[in-house]
Design a protein around this ligand. Structure first.
Ligand code: NAP
Length: 305
């Protein structure tokens, strides 16, 4: 099989094409021929050696994919020929490849209405947005939510889901992304450059921060007393709240078929449309990482082996 692997930590140029033997599925495992794998912001952090999950080198990055089962081990609960999608456990990610060995029970059946490229684009981003808004913030209809980074992969899925759940949605992005935000369902778009979110908002029931670093203070400031904020770009634990009257939360984005099937159910119920997607060959992973690390991808980049 072909892969793009990291042999040493560093810049995008350390991503290197390589050939490896096709793995053979063991008990409960399947071999999936990958048709599309998405680029997540986590990938360049892994490549730089800055990820929370440490991997032995050489390492094949890539956290989510869509494809077809081409071999099944004993006890696998999905058959050869089944179209599936998956989100890798962080310690075993390896989706920048033509094939991946995977526990059958962790795979979801690919949504029939989406292409492989669209499915790969929504897998981890949709899962993360769903866990943050539904399982962590418990967002309700009629509430007001701020989404920091609304034009990105996770942020775009969060905007759409919050709108679908009946919330009033405010999101941050540069002005050139505001039309895109409105297409996704944003009620109020804010250019984060120079914006004081405490002054502009301060009345949000909830906030979801998909950017981290310099955005954290503004995320807390946007909340009303009693508000709750969730963070996925500020490390393994929630940042300490900068005020005593709000709650700071870190979603636990664990992988399971049940959760992937909830992602599919949201698609079927119209919560999500696929985001804007830039498709590139897997061999262009270096270019994809340059774009991702620059921090201004609109929607998603998807790699095709
Ligand atoms: N399981 C997990 O915990 C989990 C899962 C997935 C992702 N994550 C983390 O979540 C974060 C987002 O991932 P992603 O893949 O969605 O990222 P992404 O798609 O690469 O995000 C790019 C977006 O960030 C926006 N952005 C950059 N700086 C901003 C700022 N200061 N304020 C508001 N928006 C800003 C950009 O909009 P403009 O071009 O308009 O600036 C761009 O649209 C990453 O840190 C990732 O590691 C965690």
């Amino acid at each position: 099989m072909k892969v793009m692997e990291i042999r040493e930590y560093g810049g995008p140029e350390v991503l290197t094409p390589a050939e490896r033997p096709d793995p053979v599925p063991g008990d409960g495992e399947v071999l999936v021929e990958i048709k599309a794998a998405s680029v997540n912001a986590a990938d360049w952090k892994v490549r730089r050696g800055k990820s929370l999950a440490q991997h032995p080198l050489p390492h094949v990055p890539g956290r989510d994919f869509s494809g077809v089962i081409v071999a099944a081990g004993p006890g696998a609960d999905l058959p050869v020929g089944q179209e599936v999608f998956g989100v890798c456990p962080t310690e075993t990610e390896a989706a920048y490849a033509s094939h991946i060995l995977f526990k059958s029970e962790l795979l979801g059946r690919k949504p029939a209405a989406l292409s492989h490229v669209e499915t790969a684009a929504i897998a981890l981003a949709g899962l993360t947005a769903m866990v943050a808004l539904e399982d962590t913030l418990h967002l309700k209809a009629g509430e007001k939510i701020l989404i920091q980074g609304g034009a990105g992969g996770v942020g775009g899925m969060a905007v759409q889901l919050a709108h679908h759940l009946g919330a009033t949605v405010v999101a941050t992005a540069r002005a050139e992304n505001h039309d895109y935000l409105r297409e996704l369902g944003v009620d109020q778009a804010i250019d984060y450059r120079g914006a004081d979110l405490g002054e502009l908002l301060g009345d949000c029931d909830a906030a979801f921060d998909c950017v981290g670093g310099g955005t954290v203070e503004g995320t807390f400031a946007a909340l009303k007393p009693g508000g709750r904020a969730a963070f996925v770009a500020s490390g393994a634990t929630a940042p300490e709240a900068t005020r005593p009257d709000v709650t700071s939360l870190r979603p636990a984005v664990s992988r399971s078929r049940e959760r992937l099937e909830r992602v599919t159910a949201h698609l079927e119920h119209g919560a999500w449309k696929p985001p804007v997607i830039e498709v590139m060959p897997l061999s262009d992973a270096v270019k994809a990482h340059e774009l991702s690390e620059a921090g201004h991808v609109r929607g998603k980049i998807v790699l095709v082996p």
